[in-house]
Design a protein around this ligand. Structure first.
Ligand SMILES: *[C@@H]1O[C@H](CO)[C@@H](O)[C@H](O)[C@H]1NC(C)=O
Ligand SMILES: *[C@@H]1O[C@H](CO)[C@@H](O)[C@H](O)[C@H]1NC(C)=O
Length: 368
């Protein structure tokens, strides 16, 4: 079965290659008749071999009872013939197979942790499945007029997948991660150190620059507190957030805000130049590989309109790296420095590694 696995893998890679050829052929618009599709002979030959193998494989699959156990879930085979799956999914066949092993048309297995693991490894979008995912039995019946209630209702969450089984447990065990409303309520509204940029000040800055903030993205926004605050000022913020054993996405939704379940390495799913603000919270920090961060910053640039703002909020790194690596990376964007505040990170890890926080508000040039 190992060989067949490998063949399937090659087939999927090849399907991707072929779809690229189709794509480039289609985008090559010219008044003359389009040039013939140039697929190299050796690739065609490979494709034929792979096609034959995949046909063999799929024909063989239903009679899998003769083998000890089928290795490739049938819905994975089916889905990958309909739509090529991103290559980073194939780097984790064990997880991918686990995720796609289910009974179609029945309840999905309780495996959101598997989905989360795959997404975190860059397998995004995940393949679709034909099963019913479980939802809480008591759907909300009123609008969330207050995104900072004294408590959220425990019945809004399916707790089976989390180690905590209630919001009070989360507030206690994960302080400062967005579940303790008494702490959330003052966030983005107070100025304690130079590293803070309260929302009223942010809006004042944009107003005096004759620029309006209507729409923004909060990257790694936990439970959506920034979006909740901005909604009060009639600004729409979409929050990208992963769950990491915490019901972040669910809470953003409970608050009537938009949760995007996507990893940091994915291209932002909005068109060029459509947002006025991108904020990066502490999820964006020195643990992200440098090249990946560079691609991310340029994607932020892509989605920002001219004159839009890029806000790095409490970005942390080693002090020396900020000067030598991250500073120059940020300057390469050619943005106007509206705010640039650096302060020591004073927790034990920060002191030990001589880390600093940077809070920067940068404005994209209107034209290049
Ligand atoms: C937000 O919009 C509402 C309804 O249009 C308006 O009454 C309110 O004053 C606005 N709030 C702010 C802070 O602009
Ligand atoms: C920050 O830490 C460095 C040592 O890592 C120290 O020299 C500097 O004075 C500190 N700055 C402040 C404002 O405390």
């Amino acid at each position: 079965m190992g060989l067949l696995n490998l063949l399937l893998l090659m087939a999927m890679v090849a399907t991707n290659i072929l779809s690229l050829y189709h794509l480039s052929a289609r985008t090559f618009q010219s008044p003359r008749p389009p040039p013939p599709l140039q697929v190299p002979d050796h690739l065609l030959q490979q494709l034929q071999t792979i096609r034959a193998a995949i046909n063999h494989l799929t024909r063989q699959q239903p009679s899998a009872s003769s083998q000890s156990k089928p290795t490739i879930p049938s819905d994975l085979l089916l889905f990958s013939r309909l739509s090529p799956i991103a290559s980073s999914c194939h780097n984790h066949p064990d997880l991918l197979h686990k995720y796609m092993t289910y009974t179609p048309y029945s309840p999905c297995p309780p495996d959101s942790d598997v989905a989360e693991s795959l997404i975190l490894r860059g397998c995004h979008p995940l393949p679709r499945r034909r099963c019913f995912s479980k939802t809480p039995s008591k759907p909300p019946s009123s609008l969330p007029h207050n995104p900072f209630p004294s408590s959220f209702s425990d019945s809004n969450i399916i707790w089976a997948q989390y180690s905590c089984k209630s919001f009070s447990c989360l507030a206690k065990q994960t302080p400062n991660l967005g579940f303790d409303i008494s702490a959330e309520i003052s966030k983005f509204m107070t100025y304690k150190t130079e590293l803070d940029l309260p929302i009223p000040q942010l809006l004042q800055i944009s107003k005096s620059a004759n620029s309006v903030i209507r729409l923004g993205i909060d990257i790694g926004g936990n439970t959506g507190t920034f979006a909740a605050r901005m909604k009060h000022y009639n600004v729409t913020i979409i929050t990208t957030t992963m769950n990491f054993n915490l019901p972040n996405n669910e809470v953003v939704a409970i608050r009537g805000l938009v949760p995007l379940h996507m990893p940091l390495q994915q291209r932002l799913p909005v068109f060029d130049g459509v947002v006025d603000l991108v904020r990066c919270g502490r999820a964006v920090n020195r643990w992200i590989p440098l090249k990946m961060m560079e691609f991310m910053f340029y994607d932020v640039d892509r989605v920002l309109r001219g004159g839009g703002y890029f806000w790095l909020d409490h970005f942390f790194s080693k002090g020396v790296d900020l000067d030598k690596i991250y500073g120059p990376l940020i300057w390469k964007l050619g943005y106007k420095k509206v705010k640039w505040a650096v302060g020591n990170k004073t927790d034990s890890g920060g002191l030990k590694n001589r880390q600093v926080y940077l809070t920067a508000l940068l404005q994209k040039p209107v034209s290049r």
